[in-house]
Design a binder for this molecule. Structure first.
Ligand SMILES: C[S@@+](CC[C@H](N)C(=O)[O-])C[C@H]1O[C@@H](n2cnc3c(N)ncnc32)[C@H](O)[C@@H]1O
Length: 418
């Protein structure tokens, strides 16, 4: 029986989960940055803290509805009692934590009246039995935005998609390594999809640098770069998934990024996979190349709402002002990158966003501003990813759903005509 002096096993991980959730929801941090709140914990506890916070963010609106249905008290959004209840319920639904463990680790996080409240609400809900939440609601603002842009069926598919962590996609450096790989299914050349949620360094082929992790949707833009292009600029390159694809297909790649630390990760990735690229630390808004390139890939910074299956916090961070700011930055980056392409060369634009302002609207505006560019219609680059009639690839929730789905994505191949 633990005394007040002996810490209850697992409470430190829940305390860290509480801090992570607070950093994400109140301070707008990414999960990766917020996970610093678990620094100093043993790795298993730190991983558990992130998993609990992640499972909570997957189903926040539905967890709140459950909580509100079980008490007459009004709990403010940022009250500790509500946060502790959210975390406890998410553990049960998302991680299958036994009732006694989640009650024992929740109660020490609150004192006095809130403790009695948490105990009471948890007791009521656990006795009644919790719903499985196979299609939890998304934040209201996001549902409205995506409903208007893509329709209710896509919103429903996104709800189903956020309930689970997605499978892992591997991109291979060579056809031979991909063909020799025995795990998973292949949905595109040099691709295999596996069901794996543990450490990736234990997977076969990691040490040999045969593959890297990359959502299949995110591998599409580099597949649009013509094989005939010799010199290719990857203009927002780090951590280097697309640089590695380009280098592995034989292009002479210049990888540019304004973040030195992210570019260092790109260099590590190139080293592990034994691939080569020239790296440049610079801000694309004020850098100018010595010579134009045969092709430029602009995988622009964006709201990243397409990555909500792995990073559910993006749905809380990407408010309309952030989307508008990103769209403005993309317009500036596109305007610059367009001048770095040789006549007849290619400019491939990409964003891991589900916001039309950052995809379709960006490209329509670009084609108005730059009559020296046209769209080159994309082909079906991965099973089931059919091009839009305008020629670009728009990847939406619901696509390839029976095989584990895809991140939301937009990419367009533009050719400089003059
Ligand atoms: C979507 S990520 C790129 C992901 C990368 N292409 C990959 O496949 O691994 C966007 C990158 O753009 C970089 N970035 C943002 N603004 C930039 C700018 N003005 N100039 C250069 N790089 C920039 C960020 O540091 C970030 O690494």
């Amino acid at each position: 029986m633990p005394t007040p002096e002996t810490p209850i096993e697992g409470v430190a991980a829940r305390q860290a989960a509480l801090r992570i959730l607070d950093a994400v929801l109140r301070r707008g941090q990414t999960m990766d940055n917020a996970a610093q709140a678990a620094r100093g914990l043993p790795p298993a506890d730190a991983a558990l803290a992130s998993a609990i916070a992640g499972e909570t963010l997957r189903r926040l609106p539905d967890l709140d509805a459950l909580i509100d249905g079980a008490t007459r008290q009004i709990l403010p959004d940022d009250s500790k009692a509500r946060t502790v209840l959210r975390l406890a319920l998410a553990q049960k639904i998302g991680l299958g934590t036994p009732d006694h463990a989640l009650v024992a680790t929740a109660l020490p996080l609150v004192d006095g009246g809130p403790r009695r409240l948490v105990h009471g609400v948890l007791g009521t809900l656990l006795r009644k039995g919790l719903p499985t939440m196979e299609a939890p609601r998304l934040p209201e603002l996001v549902e409205e935005r995506w409903g208007a842009a893509w329709g209710e069926q896509v919103v429903e598919a996104a709800r189903r998609a956020i309930a689970h962590r997605p499978p892992l996609d591997l991109t291979f450096a060579s056809d031979e390594a991909c063909e020799a790989y025995t795990q998973g299914v292949s949905l595109a050349p040099r691709h295999r999809r596996i069901d794996h949620h543990g450490s990736i360094t234990d997977l076969p082929g990691f040490d040999a640098g045969q593959w890297w992790i990359q959502d299949l949707a995110s591998s599409l833009p580099a597949r649009l770069i013509p094989g005939s292009a010799t010199t290719v600029l990857d203009a927002c390159a780090a951590p280097g998934g697309k640089t590695m694809q380009l280098a592995a297909t034989g292009h002479e790649v210049t990888a540019l990024d304004r973040s030195e630390s992210r570019l260092a990760r790109l260099s590590d990735n190139l080293k592990r996979t034994n691939l080569k690229a020239k790296t440049v630390v610079a801000d694309a808004l004020d850098w100018t190349p010595g010579n134009p390139f045969d092709a430029v890939l602009l995988d622009a910074p964006c709201s990243a709402t397409g990555t909500f299956r792995r990073h559910p916090e993006v749905l809380y961070r990407a408010r309309p002002a952030i989307v508008a700011q990103s769209a403005e930055l993309q317009a500036q980056l596109l305007a610059r990158a367009a001048d770095w392409v040789k006549p007849g060369g290619s400019l491939v634009f990409a964003v891991c966003s589900l916001e039309p302002e950052e995809g379709e609207q960006r490209i329509e505006q670009f084609l108005t501003d730059r009559p020296d560019y046209r769209i080159e219609p994309a082909s079906e680059l991965a099973d089931g990813v059919t091009p839009h009639p305008r020629g670009w690839l728009r990847v939406l929730p619901g696509m390839l759903e029976s095989q584990g789905g895809l991140d939301g994505f937009f990419t367009a191949h533009l050719v400089r005509t003059g």
